[in-house]
Design a protein around this ligand. Structure first.
Ligand code: MN
Length: 228
């Protein structure tokens, strides 16, 4: 038994559909610009780049249904509706045709973003950490187990106070889940309990204090968050 000088921090985790068990979370990776329309709305050319990644700390997780404080140091908090992949099996340099075997399940997620800090980071060529990896920035709905690793099909939508802001086909992803896992596993070894946010479609925008933001993906539980 390891003896710690302080009580060890609580293990971050997400709910699992239809189970009292929870999915422990190790790391959170996120894909940038994975839908062509969103890449264009942010001023980039979707045809030119391979996928790129950033991270959020695991303890940035927010359970669906939670009310969170409006984050500090921003006046432009944005929603980004995303499909989240949960990894069940370790792997490095995973071939694309075997990648889905590493998937444990899927959830709806919201990659909350301090857009003003991100714009400043881009302009000054500084890291995105403080625009993406802040407290309460990773909203994830209950995970659904996926026996064969097959991603959900259909639509991904984001509603703010019931008004549709984002509405797209999951099939519109530039890099499908299998390609994301293959590519990311060349950069780092994927480990069980890793989560991967797979990018957001067009229509990102601000959420104000007091508003509720709901991410819906066909076949999955919603990921809902309210700003105090
Ligand atoms: Mn995102």
């Amino acid at each position: 038994m390891t003896a710690f000088a302080l009580p060890p921090p609580e293990q971050p985790s997400v709910a699992i559909c239809g189970s009292h068990l929870r999915f422990p979370v190790r790391r959170i990776f996120c894909v940038g610009r994975n839908y062509a329309e969103h890449a264009r709305e942010m001023g980039n050319d979707p045809d030119k780049e391979p996928p790129f990644f950033f991270t959020k700390p695991a303890d940035a997780l927010v359970e669906s249904g939670t009310t969170i404080p409006y984050p500090p140091m921003t006046s432009d908090l944005h929603h980004e509706a995303e499909l989240v992949v949960a990894i069940g099996l370790a792997g490095r340099e995973i071939p694309v045709e075997r990648a889905l075997a590493h998937v444990w399940g899927y959830a709806a997620g919201n990659d909350l973003t301090r857009r003003d800090l991100q714009a400043e980071a881009k302009a000054t060529r500084r890291p995105w950490d403080m625009s993406k990896g802040f407290d309460h920035s990773a909203v994830v709905g209950a995970l659904a187990r996926s026996v064969y690793g097959s991603p959900p099909q259909g639509r991904i939508r984001c509603l703010v106070d019931g008004v549709v802001r984002q509405d797209a086909e999951l099939a519109d992803m530039i890099w499908p889940v299998s390609s994301i896992l293959a590519y990311l596993s060349r950069l780092v070894e994927l480990r069980p309990c890793d989560l991967i946010f797979t990018g957001t479609p067009a229509g990102v925008g601000a959420i104000a204090r007091g508003q509720t933001c709901k991410v819906e993906i066909d076949g999955l539980d919603t990921a809902t968050v309210t700003l105090a």
